[in-house]
Ligand binder design. Structure first.
Ligand SMILES: NC(=O)c1ccc[n+]([C@@H]2O[C@H](COP(=O)([O-])OP(=O)(O)OC[C@H]3O[C@@H](n4cnc5c(N)ncnc54)[C@H](OP(=O)(O)O)[C@@H]3O)[C@@H](O)[C@H]2O)c1
Length: 307
């Protein structure tokens, strides 16, 4: 079992419920809540202590869009952690395609840039003992029922991945949800690349599945937000069996770090055309996920933006 776990974006939704479920496991001795907002983090900590009856939660201030904030947080971490859950992210705020001072879109910064810095720093400082999990998404393989196409890259070269990262791959009409799928795809490739480089660790990508009860839709533009929050999520998706409750989505993360049968380097998500239920190795659907050149190209492209 993992005694100490760090979870990014642990103040709400999947991150917070993962912290709750892990807190109820008696072997868990410490859970670091890595959050960007201190007030929200304190409220989450108080609630988690109440619901689990345990005082094992510690706040770490970390904005995963900001590499310096991540580096500072890792430097302040006194002891190595057994497990890392890279959960923070979502739709990238009000201007997801705006480019940050690191030269990446805000959407990329929130979902991936800081997490790559986080893993790099933990590995460099020898502060990660066993397992890391990245919160992936079925969006990485396209979701027909939500009008999300599968990422369509022409060469999967470093240059092409870099264009996705800095936003020049897209035009002004691109739906940020589509760009989100590309970013989660690049993330899965990056994790597989790192898994080959770090055979002593278990590094997996796990989609939580389409999960209700989180704030992930709040950043969507008005029309899309209304469609997803008030039509798709509560009416259409349940009718089609395409959505599950928060506990089930978070349980995928708990299982991912706790169960060694989830193999390093693999991206796990729902079966084809599903967003809930059993998870399977996504490379059985899309063999390109297993292409080690694509994996390393994605990793190389990301590192072009890390100073
Ligand atoms: N819900 C789903 O159906 C679904 C499906 C597939 C994948 N996912 C993935 O699951 C993860 C969690 O999403 P969720 O549904 O639980 O959404 P959520 O309720 O909005 O939680 C997202 C968390 O990430 C934090 N966060 C966002 N940007 C951050 C940053 N720059 N630095 C630090 N923390 C940051 C948020 O903090 P604030 O409260 O400060 O904003 C919040 O705690 C995301 O990576 C999402 O892409 C979700």
């Amino acid at each position: 079992m993992n005694k100490s776990i760090l979870i990014t974006g642990a103040n709400s939704g999947l991150g917070k419920d993962t912290a709750r479920q892990l807190g109820l496991i008696k072997e868990t001795e410490k859970i670091y809540l890595a959050c960007r907002n201190e007030t929200k983090a304190k409220a989450a900590k108080a609630d988690l202590e109440k619901t689990t009856g345990r005082s094992i939660f510690e706040i770490i201030i970390m904005d995963v869009s900001n590499p310096d904030s991540v580096r500072l947080a890792v430097a302040e971490l006194k002891e190595p952690i057994d497990a890392l859950i890279m959960n923070a992210g979502g739709m990238g705020g009000n201007s997801p395609m705006e480019v940050t001072s690191d030269g990446v879109t805000s959407l990329f910064a929130a979902n991936l840039l800081g997490h790559v810095v986080l893993m790099d720093e933990l590995l460099k400082e020898k502060k990660l003992n066993k397992v890391a999990l990245y919160a992936g998404s079925e969006g990485a393989r396209g979701v027909e029922d939500m009008g999300m196409n599968r990422p369509a890259l022409k060469t999967s070269s470093e240059d092409e991945f870099a264009k996705v990262i800095d936003g020049t791959f897209f035009d002004e009409k691109t739906d940020p949800m589509e760009a989100y799928g590309y970013i989660k795809y690049i993330a899965a490739l990056w994790m597989s690349s790192e898994a080959r480089k770090n055979p002593n660790l278990r590094l997996i990508t796990m989609s939580p599945g389409f999960t209700s009860g989180t704030a992930v839709m709040n950043d969507l533009p008005f029309a899309k937000r209304v469609m997803f929050k008030y039509i798709m999520l509560p009416i259409v998706a349940p009718l089609k069996g395409l959505v599950h409750k928060l506990e089930k989505g978070a349980k995928r993360f708990v299982d991912g770090i706790s169960d060694d049968s989830f193999k390093s380097g693999v991206f796990y998500a729902s079966k084809p055309k599903r967003l809930t239920g059993q998870v399977i190795d996504q490379s059985t659907i899309f063999p390109d996920l297993n292409n080690s050149s694509y994996q390393d190209n994605a990793n190389g492209a990301i590192h072009r933006f890390i100073k």
